[in-house]
Design a binder for this molecule. Structure first.
Ligand SMILES: Cc1ncc(COP(=O)(O)O)c(C=O)c1O
Length: 418
């Protein structure tokens, strides 16, 4: 292996094809057979496959109830309806997430209140959650961002002390665990997206899980009219002809895909984790590079790329952009990046142009200003990402490690040519 940097005309350290190692979702013969089998039944709108998937998903999590949805956003809307979030209620969540986390709060005519994040993980900062609690706060939606479980002990402690219901948005974190417990089962309700890029991809789909029968049945009342007449609570039967106005049933084709993907979830999560740990252990040996591994009580999912920290002072103040440029020239897919997001500054909150904001209970109650969330608005500058390959060959990972080796070894030379 030449030690001349690729950026200076040397050979690249990474020569193996990375597209296969990165390919996701995995659509193999098993998935194709499941979809074909479903198509052959002719049941492409409703099928027992949906119930079978729900039973398997509930079993996997060790919970009583799983309710499949047509997407993850719908599952969060159902969760909020189930727990009775309504006009004037406040729900605390983070702005560093996809809109499917917090727009269902507005759809419930309630008020999203954004808290700040842990700058290394992007998950809610439990101390900041507590700062945002008011007498109107009803619930917290915890996002396990990128697959990293949030600090659930502290979040549950604050929430229990203030009588708040905890909804976990596990859309990035299927199969991740915190102190041995699966995410989605630590709070009161767990919600999952199964959109194509997720760790459990069904195409489109979502699931809500809980141990609370009444919340499960209320969620059914919102968007699953076909099940209402069979609910254990007879008070709900009268809503059978209309439900509460949404149709949230998952497609049986998606349920068929999800059943297959669920069977492989743990093994595929482990594969990604093994790849990340191998890479982190390898590159962590070099000056200036500090992999950010999860705490030992966490098993992380890798929906998003893992982060590493860069200490420029250990590489003669080599600027991070130059380090990244050199690593990319070696053929790696590293990138600059740290958790963050300023969705509280987007038009819907600034213009308050959503029917929810026209309600008197909400009208003047809350503002969304720049500077409200310093850590979300200004992600750390000393971080970058490395890939979490779903299926990397060890040779590819060794080539990545060699790329970091070459570039960090040649920091002085790199600096000379800036
Ligand atoms: C954190 C998070 N929550 C909720 C959702 C909503 O899921 P869906 O796209 O399936 O509606 C997503 C989707 O990407 C997400 O990333």
């Amino acid at each position: 292996m030449s030690s001349r940097l690729a950026i200076h005309g040397g050979k690249k350290a990474v020569t193996l094809d990375q597209s296969r190692a990165s390919q996701w979702p995995i659509i193999d013969d098993e998935v194709i057979a499941a979809v074909t089998g479903q198509l052959k039944t002719g049941e492409i709108s409703f099928s027992n496959t949906i119930y079978e998937f729900e039973e398997e998903f509930a079993d996997y999590h060790g919970v009583k109830y799983a309710l499949a949805h047509n997407n993850g956003t719908a599952s969060i809307h159902s969760a909020l309806f189930a727990i009775g979030v309504g006009p004037g209620d406040e729900v605390i969540t983070t702005a560093a997430t996809f809109w499917g986390t917090y727009m269902p709060i507005l759809s419930s005519q309630a008020i999203p209140v954004f808290c700040d994040i842990d700058p290394f993980t992007g998950c809610p900062d439990p101390a900041d959650v507590e700062q945002r609690i008011s007498p109107n706060t009803k619930a917290v939606i915890v996002v396990h961002l990128g697959g990293m479980p949030a600090e659930m002990d502290a979040i549950m402690e604050v929430s229990r002390r203030h009588n708040l219901i905890v909804v976990e948005d596990c859309s990035h974190a299927h199969g991740a665990t915190y102190k041995g417990q699966k995410v989605g089962t630590i709070g009161d309700i767990g919600c999952f997206s199964m959109q194509a890029g997720k760790l459990l991809p069904s195409g489109e789909g979502g699931v809500m899980i809980t141990n609370n029968l009444d919340w499960h049945e209320r969620a059914i009342c919102l968007g699953h009219y076909e099940r209402i007449s069979k609910l254990s609570n007879p008070d709900y039967h009268k809503y059978s002809p209309t439900c509460f106005g949404y149709k949230y049933r998952i497609s049986p084709l998606s349920a068929a895909i999800a059943r297959v993907q669920l069977r492989h979830l743990d093994q595929r999560n482990k594969q990604r984790d093994d790849n990340v740990m191998y890479l982190m252990d390898g590159i962590g040996a070099f000056s200036g590079i500090y992999p950010l591994k999860p705490a030992e009580y966490i098993f992380r999912g890798y929906y998003s790329s893992p982060y590493i920290r860069y200490h420029a002072d250990e590489l003669n103040e080599l600027p991070k952009p130059k380090l990244i440029e050199a690593l990319r020239a070696e053929g790696t897919s590293v990138a600059s990046g740290a958790p963050g997001g300023s969705n509280h500054l987007s038009a819907i909150f600034q213009e308050r142009n959503h029917p929810a904001f026209s309600r008197p209970e909400i009208q003047h109650k809350i503002t969304y200003r720049k500077g409200d969330l310093p850590r979300s608005e200004k992600p750390r500058q000393d971080m970058m990402t490395i890939p979490a390959f779903p299926a990397a060959d060890k040779i590819l990972l060794d080539q990545y490690i060699e790329a970091f080796h070459k570039v960090t070894d040649n920091a002085v030379e790199l600096l000379k040519k800036i």
